[in-house]
Design a protein around this ligand. Structure first.
Ligand code: NAD
Length: 433
């Protein structure tokens, strides 16, 4: 058993020694993190398959390569992002200068989930190190093979006096949360998010809560159902639907018939007549989630899919129609390969439906109308909006990533990570004469 208080004290000593201050040290650590991902590729890809049945290409693209891109982007812009930022000074304070300096916060804690267990443990670490902090990483116990691989390799590549990995579940996380951190970065569900925030309040520690929710997709009347189906199927069934920004449900304006037909064709085209044999399709993380998802299949009429196999935790890519707004599948974040379609008579009805519910992490829409896009942006709130292509906004390196309301607080990626893991110190300097 790791002595958690001692571990955190040791990390704080490292931070206080100013080891992490030089930009060269930060660059070297980011370089080492990239080397780890390149050299241990097979080990991580194998672990992602063991825990989630993740196909190798998908694992590389959405986990390893994602973090590598984040490292490359950060290394390219780090000097500019960390440069003191001059600020204009009001006339009454002149002569003088004003600037904003980004200084590291100290010891950060990252608590990660199981669905993208490598990506969501390491992408925050990129920002933490780039901003000059030290960190404890606590990967999810529900993806134990990936957690073990992170715990094995991180100390081989990164400075162990600055980055520690603690494995375990609720008891370990609870003990970690009792310590004094300077930032806590949590990704997972809102119930635990509340526990994290309560624990952080004791030390007045700032938190970022990267949570989930039901991300809707509005499909307008004027769009090509084949194009919509191609992009929706890719986004929805990635990682067997276990993606925080996965399209959760569709609000089809008017007749959903053409979209249902196109989705059926696209599911068969992409995964074959029997998706359980497709090398491109993953599995459900555990039996608890499998049972929960199987129960949701009764919420509507199955258009395509619906097959399940408990032994292999397989649930087919499924589309449901004739779904009531108060059905079980609409009462929780689905977080699995089930796509309910609800029809609404108008854009007004779609917007009202979304506004009546928690603010989603992402809101997607397929529409050709600029007026409709404007109304969606103006009349709804969500962590992000994606027009024409769900999920991919996550890979736009200069966009902030994060939720609002029930979908979370705080943001990261690229420059936004530097700001999240830094204190923005205001400096005023007036001459003495
Ligand atoms: P999970 O069960 O792996 O939990 C996340 C972390 O919380 C784990 O490290 C776990 O050990 C810890 N934890 C669990 N219970 C705890 C407790 N009682 N006290 C302290 N720590 C505890 O993951 P999950 O919550 O099932 O993840 C799925 C949720 O995460 C979904 O809602 C999904 O949308 C959301 N998510 C959000 C993002 C994002 O970036 N916004 C990304 C992925 C997942």
């Amino acid at each position: 058993m790791t002595d958690i208080p001692q571990l955190v004290t040791g990390l704080r000593k490292t931070f206080d020694s100013r080891l992490t201050r030089p930009i060269d040290w930060r660059r070297a650590q980011l370089g080492a993190l990239k080397t780890m991902l390149l050299e241990q590729d097979k080990d991580f890809v194998g672990a992602l398959y063991a825990d989630l049945g993740k196909p190798a290409d998908e694992a590389r693209g959405t986990e390893l390569q994602f973090v590598i891109n984040e490292i490359d982007h950060t290394l390219e812009h780090l000097d500019a992002w960390l440069a003191p930022e001059p600020a204009p000074l009001p006339e009454k304070l002149q002569p003088g200068t004003a600037q904003v300096i980004r200084e590291p916060l100290g010891v950060a804690l990252v608590v990660g989930p199981w669905n993208y267990p490598l990506h969501l443990a390491l992408a925050p670490l990129v920002g933490i190190l780039a901003a000059g902090n030290v960190a404890v990483i606590k990967p999810s116990e529900l993806s134990p093979t990936v957690s073990a691989a992170i715990a094995r390799h991180v100390p081989e590549y990164l400075d162990p006096s600055a980055v520690a990995v603690v494995e375990g579940g609720i008891p370990e996380t609870t003990e970690l949360l009792e310590q004094h951190f300077d930032h806590i970065f949590y990704t997972g569900n809102g119930q635990v998010g509340r526990i994290v925030m309560t624990a952080a309040a004791k030390h007045l520690t700032p938190v970022a809560l990267e949570l989930g929710g039901k991300s809707p997709v509005i499909v307008d009347t004027d769009v090509d159902p084949v194009l919509v189906a191609t992009r929706l199927v890719r986004a929805k069934y990635l990682n067997a639907g276990q993606t925080c920004v996965a399209p959760d449900y569709v609000l089809a304006i008017g007749d959903s018939g053409p979209l249902e037909a196109a989705l059926t064709d696209e599911v068969r085209r992409k995964f074959g007549a029997d998706p359980s044999t497709s090398p491109e399709y993953g599995r459900i993380v555990n039996e608890r989630h499998f049972d929960r998802l199987r129960g949701l299949l009764a919420s509507g009429r199955v258009v395509v899919g619906g097959e399940t196999d408990k032994a292999s935790k397989y649930i087919a890519p499924t589309v449901l129609t004739e779904v009531a707004p108060d059905s079980a599948v609409m009462g929780q974040e689905i977080f699995g390969p089930i796509l309910p379609i609800l029809t609404v008579p108008s854009l007004d009805a779609a917007l009202a439906f979304i506004r009546d519910r928690d603010k989603p992490l992402a809101l997607y829409a397929f529409t050709d109308s600029d007026d409709t896009k404007h109304r969606i942006l103006d009349e709804t709130t969500s962590g992000a909006v994606g027009f024409g292509h769900p999920v991919v906004h996550l890979t736009a390196t200069d966009l902030p990533f994060g939720g609002v309301g029930e979908s979370g607080m705080g943001r990261y990626h690229g420059k936004y990570s530097i700001d999240t893991f830094s204190h923005l110190k205001a400096v005023l300097d007036r001459p003495l004469d």
